[in-house]
Design a protein around this ligand. Structure first.
Ligand code: SIN
Length: 300
């Protein structure tokens, strides 16, 4: 009998799949639904101190190899969102609060409010590829300051979600860990754009967006592999995971859990499909648990 449960930074997951921060994380009911559909944990949409209406439409466009989105971090603000946490937790899976802000104080205030509301862990979004808030994750100094301040304020685990839009992702991973990060989530979307050739204009209202989906999977796997060599905290892999084989690749690169973002376009059954595939794979290959394959690709 194989076991799919994993422990990440003190959080127990019945299986290693999580809902990535995104549109389904905006309400407690949706988060509960995803947890009940089999996700091992769910991550909220990034929550800011004040409500954000986001950018005007179009905010998302489908491209051949995935999606490009620039929603503009829309969310109802933390004072409204805290009411959703208890509903989300009814799903029976840990709820991780994604936090976004532009200044250290904002991150700390949102983090404290989410902790008080009973959230299980935090994921600091310092990596949105098209918002000012996302520039933080391109600066080692700002990343250090924010992680250090949040870690000094809360008692729950703090994950830090990194951007691939940097020269060396391990540099940012190392400073995040030096500042106290309990885990690294890698990666956020890749900065991208799409031009409608009929009208000769960028499609997204914001011009630039973040590419997600299968196209970014090899980039994400490479980032996880590099980060695994650079730091000693668990890594949560995210980027283009659509099937169990993708998840196995991330584990072998060094991830201890994976997040599904664009993959939910296939339906919420994706969580059960991936966990079933992982279970069969471990069984067939003679492994007992997920940790048996974490980092396997480094041992060659
Ligand atoms: C958005 O809301 O625009 C996307 C958030 C992100 O990529 O971090």
């Amino acid at each position: 009998m194989v076991s799919l449960s994993v422990d990440i930074a003190g959080i127990h997951l019945r299986n290693p799949t999580m809902l990535a921060s995104g549109v389904l994380g905006i309400s407690g009911k949706l988060l509960r639904k995803v947890a009940m559909a089999g996700a091992g944990a769910v991550v909220t949409k990034s929550i800011s101190l004040h409500p954000r209406s986001g950018y005007l439409n179009p905010t998302i466009v489908k491209v051949d190899c995935g999606f490009i989105n620039a929603m503009g971090l829309p969310n109802p603000g933390v004072d409204y969102f805290v009411k959703e946490v208890a509903i989300a937790k009814e799903g029976g899976a840990p709820v991780i609060g994604s936090v976004v802000g532009e200044q250290v104080e904002e991150f700390v205030e949102v983090a404290l409010k989410l902790e008080k509301a009973g959230i299980d862990a935090l994921e600091l979004n310092v990596s949105c590829p098209h918002a000012r808030a996302g520039l933080i994750g391109q600066s080692p100094e700002l990343t250090y300051q924010i992680v250090k301040a949040v870690k000094g304020a809360v008692n729950i685990p703090v994950f830090v979600k990194l951007t691939p839009n940097v020269t060396d992702i391990t540099e940012i991973a190392k400073v995040a860990v030096d500042a106290g990060a309990d885990a690294i989530t890698a990666i956020n979307t890749v900065k991208a754009m799409y031009i409608n050739i009929e009208i000769g204009k960028p499609v997204l209202n914001n011009v630039f967006g973040g590419l997600s989906g299968p196209a970014i999977k090899p980039i994400a796997v490479r980032c996880v592999y590099e980060i695994y060599r650079a730091v000693n905290v668990p890594i949560v892999g995210v980027g283009g995971i659509c099937k169990w084989q993708d998840a196995v690749e991330f584990f072998m690169a060094g991830a201890s859990a994976v997040q599904i973002g664009s993959g939910i376009a296939k339906g919420l059954s994706i969580f059960r499909e991936i966990t079933k595939g992982l279970e069969d794979f471990l069984e067939k290959s003679g492994y007992k648990r997920i940790s048996d394959i974490v980092g396997l690709a480094h041992k060659v």
